[in-house]
Design a protein around this ligand. Structure first.
Ligand code: PLP
Length: 453
């Protein structure tokens, strides 16, 4: 079909409702319409080239149009595009499950597939809840609640929103949500306990312990994003936080649910963020980077102990009655297998060390910009928090739309990034070269300078 750019723009504004987007504002701007991708770049339908500084929403691992992944998907396409996992098996989903068990923390031996990060979290919550319901001890059946962190983001379905902690996204839906207990986020720049980094003994962990002490008899699990609370603005947890949280879960006999949706598959410099502190959760959610950024796929992994609690005769009703139509889709699993092979085969993970150090070095210069309040980085994810006034950390008002203005400025210079409120997020494609990373950082620097000074 030969359609002009102008026509595409009209149809986009007429028919498409974009996620997380104020459509009134969007319709007043010239949309960027992606036509194709290659490596670290996306091209719009006019042929303009942009560095993909969001990894197409945190998913792209080996770059766009990666030959090996393309080939794997094509090959699978010639066999079968989809068949159901409800009562049947398919080849790529078996091979991928085996691979996931091999590369995730030891003890995670079972894989339940779904198709998005949100569903992987819903599944973890429902498994955790049902697990306690199926224990012999009567008192365990009172475990109906979850603990999550303030500022947490676990997806947009009602269950995952219930364990979310971001006022902006979640407060509107409060009447629809189930009750969740919140422990303070380890957000050191704006500590919810009013501490400063120097005068703090990870007091947020003490709060978590108190919460568990008071409520553990009614708590099924603690759900958290290991190492980095991503959507909250790349909030990097202090070292030891995850270890301490894991220890508390064991002490109080509460399941630990690690939401690795954003941080999994190399993003933080390890294949999984839990590896930084050698923590094995009871349930682990993975999605975003799993297919290398190709197709929607997610998985919830768990231990034999949890899985075994669901075994029984049909009329014992211990079955996990949950499933999505496209669960274990063969095309998506084939893409994931090819992506994981690339992660394992090459010096992919070890080679990231140099890029991560380069990024930290390059980000140091941003302190020269007087509206930069905080710079946070873990591996290949970074957040630059812009403030109206650095001395008192006064945020820009929402109406200033500062993040959005910065990313539009960057776009003029050939970089696609996306802000989280006043936080400018850098989420480079993991395979970006050092010189591409340098371009990404330089364009971002100038964009912040132009908009804020
Ligand atoms: C993106 C994200 C989700 C939701 O994933 P979707 O695929 O968008 O449903 C859940 N948890 C975390 C930590 C995320 O970053």
């Amino acid at each position: 079909m030969n359609v002009t750019r102008e026509q595409m723009e009209i149809w986009d504004k007429e028919y498409v409702w974009h996620p997380f987007t104020q459509m009134k504002e969007y319709r007043g701007e010239k949309p960027l319409i992606v036509d194709r991708g290659e490596g670290s770049f996306l091209f719009d339908i006019e042929g303009n080239r942009y560095l993909d500084g969001t990894s197409s929403l945190w998913v792209t691992v080996h770059g766009h149009k990666k030959e090996e992944i393309n080939a794997a998907v094509r090959e699978q396409l010639d066999r079968v595009a989809h068949s159901t996992l409800l009562g049947l098996a398919n080849v790529p989903s078996i091979l991928l499950a085996k691979k996931l068990v091999e590369i995730t923390p030891p003890g995670l031996n079972k894989v339940f597939y779904s198709d998005s990060g949100a569903t992987s979290v819903e599944i973890a919550l429902k498994i955790a809840y049902q697990y306690w319901q199926q224990q012999g001890r009567e008192e365990y059946r009172a475990r109906h609640k979850f603990i999550s962190l303030t500022e947490a983001y676990h997806g947009d379905t009602i269950g995952s929103v219930s364990v979310g902690g971001m006022e902006l996204f979640h407060s509107k839906f409060r009447p629809l949500l189930f009750e969740t207990l919140h422990a303070p986020a380890p957000y050191c720049y704006r500590c919810p306990l009013g501490k400063s980094r120097s005068g703090c003994d990870t007091d947020c962990i003490k709060e978590l312990e108190q919460l568990l002490g008071r409520h553990h008899r009614e708590v099924a699990g603690l759900v958290l994003e290991p190492a980095v609370q991503g959507a909250a603005g790349i909030l990097v947890a202090p070292e030891g936080y995850l270890t301490a949280a894991g220890r508390l879960c064991r002490k109080y006999n509460v399941l630990l649910i690690a939401d690795e949706v954003a941080v999994g598959f190399g993003r933080t410099g390890r294949i999984f963020a839990c590896e930084h502190e050698n923590v094995t959760p009871d349930l682990m959610c993975v999605a975003k980077g799993i297919t290398g950024g190709y197709l929607p796929l997610a998985a919830t992994l768990t231990t034999d102990t949890v899985y075994n609690a669901f075994l029984g005769e049909t009329d014992e009703y211990k079955t996990f009655y949950h499933g999505h139509t496209y669960t274990g889709n063969p095309l998506a699993c084939a893409a994931a297998l090819a992506s994981l092979e690339l992660i394992e085969r090459t010096d992919f993970i070890s080679g990231m060390g140099e890029k991560i150090s380069f990024l930290s070095g390059a980000l140091g210069r941003f302190w020269n910009l007087k509206h930069v309040g905080d710079i946070r980085q873990k591996g290949m994810m970074a957040g630059i928090e812009l403030v109206e006034d650095r001395s008192d950390k006064k945020p820009y008002p929402a109406g200033a739309n500062i993040g959005h203005r910065v990313i539009l400025e960057a776009r003029k210079n050939g970089l696609i990034i996306r802000p989280l409120g006043n936080v400018i997020v850098l989420m480079p494609v993991l395979s970006m070269s050092l010189s591409e990373l340098e371009d990404m950082v330089n364009i971002t620097y100038s964009a912040i300078k132009t908009v804020t000074e």
